[in-house]
Every structure is written in C-alpha cells, then in structure tokens.
Write a protein that binds this ligand. Structure first.
Ligand code: 13P
Ligand code: SF4
Length: 309
C-alpha cells in the first residue's frame, strides 16, 4: 500500500499543483514541498508559479499573499483556521482609524497581516528586508509600523528612526524565557544565540545574530561556530539540521513547559500531512481575495519586492 506522502506526490502531479511550505511546517510536509522558505522567498516563489494550483503549507496571510501576487492560480490552504496572532491583533477598522489620525505618516506593514491591512499600507516588509525598507524612507517622513511591536522596536534600535508602533506581537516568539535561555547558555557556553526579530528585546539583546528564518539558516551554515541556541519556532530545526548535520542546534526554551520544551506555532501546526492530501483531493479550502482589496494590497507588496531585488 502506498504511503500518504506517495499519494500526495501522485495527486500533486495529476492536478498540476505545487506545494510551497514555510520552515515552521512539520518535517513531513517540508519533505514533500517543491519549495521551503521564509516569507519573502515564498512570496517571490508564489509569483513565479506556472502550475494550476498552489497548495500553501503555511498560514492564512501567506496563502493570501500568494493569491494577491498570482491571482489566476487556485490557491488552497490545508486548514483555513491556520491564522497568526500578529494578523489577528490588527483589525482593519481600528487600523484605518489609527492611520486616519496620522495622515502625514507613511504606513509600513509587516507581511504578517491580512489583505485588508496590506490594502491600507504604503509598503510591506518581511523580517528579511524590514531594515532596508525602513531605511529607504526619507528621514524627515514619519512612519507608522504595524502590527509587530517587537520587530518595530528592533528596527527603531537599529535605524534610530522614531516610528509609531501598533501593539501586536507573535505569541510564539514572546513565549521564550530569558531565565531559561541563560541557564541553557551556561550549559553550552560556547554556543551562539541566534534569534528571530519577532522576539522580545531582552531575548534579542543576548543574540549574536538576528534575522529571518532563511537568514538564521544561512548564518548557521556560514558561521564557523559548531553550537547554536535557536530562538524561533522549532520547525526551523528540520531544514537547519539538514544543512549542518554535524553542528549542534539547541532550541531556545519557552516559559511554560510544553511538548517540545521549545516554542511551536499552533497555527502553523494545524496543517498535517492528511489535511494536505484532503486539500489537494478536494481543491479546497480555497483562498479568495476580493478584487478591489487585491489590487490595493498588491501595490505595497510590489514596492517591497522591487526594493528587495
Ligand atoms: P520569516 O520566515 O519571514 O522569518 O517569518 C517568520 C514568521 O513568523 C512567519 O510567520
Ligand atoms: Fe504568526 Fe508567530 Fe505563528 Fe509566525 S510564528 S505565524 S508570527 S503566530
């Protein structure tokens, strides 16, 4: 009898579909994907897809971004409830009110937000290009940055720009415990700490490297050190370990003990191999973005992609 993975690969061929997966997906899903990457890489890849169907193994805002960039393709997501605490923290009506109160501000939004929020933005960014995007704005222009206050604080500390921040955060990156991290570092004093910029300031202050998921993998590959404590969602360890099989990777510990003694994204983990199969078979749930929103949301995403070349 064929395995579930084999049946997915057959169905993918039959349906002329591609699977794009984020590094936080469970290992089995990453293994059957055509492309695994960070938010920027996934957007760039989605734009180039020529197949009929994009199965997005990630969360809702990522699948929506793929649909905005490549609207003639059918974009499907294994579980429509796969959301994001950052996207949920930023309701369009409240955000519109906030931006209307500051009409002189340029609105920069982190890609982890809904299509409606992108449609209210001047330019989008991801964690891999946020510093570059903010630095591209003339110094005298005031900036609203949303929805991630932790990424916002990090950008302020790096660029010296005084930005107005929306009060959103990632529950997964706020789960890291500084006390436990210090304890782990005492056990592995020669390990370098690397962190995603969605983490809180006190975690980032301990890090030798701060960057996107793709940036963190690249750092571990190119840095001569042999041990790393990794402060981001634990799914990243799968691809990272494949890239550096002889290096020791230690997940940063979360405040509350959970199954992996690390931090996992419950939204990302809603997608399972079985749901990927069912979703491909039924070509559903499908992502739909109203055309008026899509057109408006496309402009700030295209500005970001242009600046990321
Ligand atoms: P990147 O993969 O772009 O670093 O983003 C991390 C993340 O939290 C995605 O939801
Ligand atoms: Fe959202 Fe955080 Fe999960 Fe990424 S890890 S999808 S930012 S909740």
């Amino acid at each position: 009898m064929k395995s579930l993975k084999e049946r997915i690969l057959e169905l993918k061929k039959e349906k002329n579909a591609v699977i794009l997966a984020h590094y936080y997906q469970e290992a089995d899903i990453q293994d059957i994907a055509d492309y695994v990457g960070d938010s920027l890489g996934l957007s760039q890849e989605a734009m180039k897809v020529d197949a009929d169907i994009i199965l997005f193994a990630g969360v809702h805002f990522m699948a929506e971004t793929a649909k905005i960039l490549n609207p003639t393709k059918k974009v499907i997501l294994p579980d429509l409830k796969a959301g994001c605490s950052l996207a949920e923290s930023c309701p369009p009506d409240l955000f519109k009110k906030f931006t209307d109160e500051h009409p002189d501000h340029i609105v920069i939004t982190y890609v982890n937000c809904s299509a409606e929020i992108k449609a209210l933005s001047d330019i989008v960014c991801t964690s891999s290009n946020a510093l570059k995007i903010v630095e591209s704005i003339p110094k005298e222009t005031p900036i609203i940055f949303a929805p991630d206050k932790n990424l916002g604080k990090y950008i302020i500390s790096e660029t010296g720009r005084d930005m107005l921040l929306w009060d959103g955060s990632c529950v997964v990156h706020e789960a890291f415990s500084l006390d436990k991290l210090i304890e782990v570092h005492k056990q592995y004093p020669d390990a370098k700490i690397i962190a995603h910029p969605e983490s809180e300031t006190h975690i980032l202050q301990t890090a030798s490297y701060i960057g996107s998921t793709a940036g963190m993998i690249e750092y571990v590959k190119t840095n001569p050190n042999n041990k790393f404590i990794v402060a981001t969602e634990a799914g990243i360890l799968h691809k990272m370990q494949q890239e550096v099989p002889h290096k020791i990777l230690i997940p940063a510990p979360a405040k509350d003990d959970n199954t992996c003694a690390c931090s996992e994204c419950g939204y990302m983990k809603m997608n399972t191999l079985q749901k990927v199969y069912d979703c491909l078979l039924r070509e559903s749930p499908e992502i739909d973005v109203p055309e008026n929103i899509r057109k408006k949301a496309l402009i700030p995403i295209e500005r970001m992609l242009e600046l990321s070349k």
